[in-house]
Design a binder for this molecule. Structure first.
Ligand code: FRU
Length: 496
């Protein structure tokens, strides 16, 4: 039975979704059908399609009582909207259906597990959130909430753990057909921890262990965890709140964290061997992964950040977009990310320049556009005299530009959207420490109308940023202080 709240949301998004023109959205990055989007949810492959659900408030371009929006795709680049899947319409989730995940059941149905949010009165007009884990089961379009919800609540928490910060279940199936799920939580020290639960059937859950503890090292609360085996290691990804900066690795505020290590399945504990940021740009948060039918681990994040939401004006008809899907691997103990290979099929009209010398500003015939895929190999142009700075400027006209610049002496790569048209004083620049390989730096820069994603050195690092510059600003230019020698391969991504 579809509730009144869900019916209204479905009606509203259908009308509004049609009013938003195709050209007002990115071409291959998913945006909300109408209104607001945050985290990816329930990222899965079900009945021959990829499914992406998302944190959704259809009625306004700002965060509100959370629904789950829904879209499907065959290649993770072309998306088709389906009706919203969940609405906050039960006592246990009336303040929001927060983030969660999806898995298929042996009987062919799909199970969604999400966080139900309700409020508890504490007197003096003060309320506190209560977060529990809930289930809905469906056929890929309509989902029925389970009559025994919630399936995990305060009873299932270890001593001293917060029932107000207990969210974002990520489920997976083991080879023996049983299920595991991890949930973000806050222990008594105010930090973050990831709890592990097990289930024989996906419906009845049992507390197993604390998989990992933050001990206030990386921010505080850990949101949106994901956990998977990759290239012989175990990878725990999470999005910490309230981060303090650490060199160029971690920035203040809401960040992303990747821990690589080992999993003691018997004890249910993770042993960390390596830590790193997932994205070194401005806008990336709450990523979630799926295992594709051909065995690739693919990740999509919210290409936005709570600390920079003001970049888009509230009167816009949509807010929030997903990142490009990224194929993950572990190399030399580090997480690597490559743009999903399906993107190659969208490339056309190749323009190539080999060994161009850049000194001052250079414009090149055929290199422009707001939906492009461009590979650069950057090396010193004068072996005697190392250049000070190299920059590529794009989304450029007389008024605006966004840039990626590199200073080889410090090995710092910077994304800067200060002149992208934003009227807000939020973060517009971010620096990242990168490596040169044999004196060369390799960048793959992908633009899609409202964003830039830079894959550095074959995916060793990624920097993402949203930019809402008017689409007429489509110039691309190169700049060097000193002499740089650069190879350029550029494709348009502008065909459907
Ligand atoms: C992360 C998050 C999640 C929560 C959701 C609410 O961005 O705060 O922890 O489930 O957003 O919309």
């Amino acid at each position: 039975m579809t509730s009144q709240t869900l019916r209204e949301a479905r009606k509203y998004e259908e009308v509004l979704g049609k009013i938003i023109k195709k050209e007002e959205r990115p071409q291959f990055h998913l945006t909300p059908r109408s209104g607001w989007m945050n985290d990816p949810n329930g990222f899965s492959y079900y009945r021959e399609k990829y499914h992406m659900f998302y944190q959704y408030y259809p009625y306004e371009s700002k965060w509100g009582p959370m629904h789950w929006g829904h879209a499907v795709s065959s290649d993770l680049l072309h998306w088709e909207y389906l009706p919203a899947a969940l609405a906050p319409d039960e006592i246990y989730d009336m303040d929001g259906c927060y983030s969660g995940s999806a898995i298929d059941l042996p009987d062919g149905r799909q199970l969604l597990i999400y966080t139900g949010v309700s409020r508890e009165h504490q007197g003096h007009g003060i309320h506190r959130e209560v977060q529990t884990q809930c289930i809905a089961v469906g056929d890929g379009i309509d989902y029925e909430k389970y009559e025994k919800n919630p399936v995990l609540d305060v009873k299932d928490l270890p001593e001293g753990s917060s029932k107000a910060d207990f969210r974002d279940p990520k489920i997976w199936k083991k080879e023996d057909g049983t299920y595991c799920c991890i949930v973000g939580n806050r222990p008594a020290d105010g930090s973050g921890q990831i709890l592990l639960y097990t289930s024989a059937d996906g419906f009845r859950w049992e507390y197993k262990s604390i998989l990992a503890s933050n001990y206030n090292r990386f921010g505080k609360m850990w949101e949106c965890p994901d956990f998977f085996e990759l290239d012989g290691k175990w990878v725990l990804i999470t999005s910490p709140q309230d981060m303090l900066p650490e060199g160029f690795e971690y920035h203040n505020g809401n960040g992303t964290l990747c821990l690589i290590g080992e999993f003691d399945e018997e004890a249910g504990t993770f042993r960390e061997m390596h830590n790193q940021s997932i994205d070194y740009g401005i806008d990336f948060y709450a990523p979630q992964t799926v295992l594709t039918p051909d065995g690739r681990r693919v990740m999509i994040g919210w290409m936005q950040n709570w600390d920079s939401c003001g970049i888009r004006l509230p009167e816009e008809r949509w807010f929030g977009q997903m990142s490009l899907p990224r194929e993950l691997s572990v190399k030399d103990g580090r997480l690597y990310q490559a743009p999903i290979r399906e993107l190659n099929a969208m490339r056309h009209d190749k323009v190539e320049y080999a060994g161009v010398t850049v000194s001052g500003t250079v414009w090149l015939e055929g290199i422009k556009g707001r939906r492009i895929d461009m590979e650069l190999t950057i090396r010193p142009g004068d072996p005697e005299n190392l250049y000070q700075k190299f920059a590529v400027r794009f989304a450029q006209n007389e008024r605006y530009y966004t840039s990626i610049s590199f200073r080889p002496r410090e090995s710092i790569l910077k994304v800067d959207r200060k002149f992208s048209g934003s009227r807000r004083a939020s973060i517009h620049q971010r620096r990242s420490l990168v490596k040169m390989l044999n004196g060369e730096l390799k960048l793959r820069i992908i633009l899609d109308r409202f964003s830039v994603e830079v894959f550095v050195n074959g995916g060793e690092q990624v920097l993402s940023a949203a930019m809402y510059t008017e689409q007429e600003a489509e110039g691309v230019s190169f700049f060097a202080d000193g002499a740089v020698n650069v190879d350029i391969v550029k494709y348009d991504l502008s065909q459907d």
